[in-house]
Design a protein around this ligand. Sequence first.
Ligand code: HEC
Length: 207
Amino acid sequence: MVAGLALTAGLVSCDSGNMRRDPGHVYAPDMTYSRAYDAYTANPNFEDGLTSRPPVSGTVARGHQLPDHLVEGDTSAYKSFTTSLRFSEDEIKEGGRLFNIYCGICHGTGLDGQGPLFNSGKFASMPANFKDAKYLHMPVGQMYAGIKYGKNMMGSYASQLDIKQRWMVIAYIKKFQSENGGDAFTFGMDTHPAKEVAAVEEKSGEM
Ligand code: HEC
């Protein structure tokens, strides 16, 4: 009975017999009615009428890397292409996290090419097994090109991973490979100056 009354009251109060279009008193009109141009509204201040502006040409957004200048198909450049970025343990771990998100579905979280998508039989092409001799000594630049441009059945991951993230993922793969028969892991190592000084001191101590 009480519930019924409440429902009726609710319905009655919603009855907009005479439509109420006046929102009533606006407490902070300069907040309710933005004076700034919203991102997707027309903007009379620019010739193209867009409020969202593209980046100014020749500039790099804060926190982003310079463009890499790698050219698709220039396979000899792939072999020598590398980065001067250096990664901490945490950043390599982050590379692993990104790998498991974007790559693990095909390459497997064990990096053996046995990801769930491939194992399901729904993806016909065998993803690279990073333990395999074919990939164990693969130049980092070639891996980078694979991520940036894709390779045959593998699509490009350029829009998902920025330049630094691509290299962090590669550092993660290379570290894994060094522990599974690959070359010693030196790529992108965080060579902190303090450690070098300590090493030099240790050496001179020995003499
Ligand atoms: C949809 C499945 C799929 C996903 C997701 C995927 N790959 Fe691949 N990847 C492949 C396949 C298939 C190949 C083998 C391509 C070939 O040689 O035909 C491959 C090859 C590669 C190679 C070797 C490239 C070369 O030059 O031979 C690298 C490196 C690689 N993948 C890295 C990655 C990384 C890093 C990610 C995540 C950012 C990723 N892949 C995500 C399917 C995938």
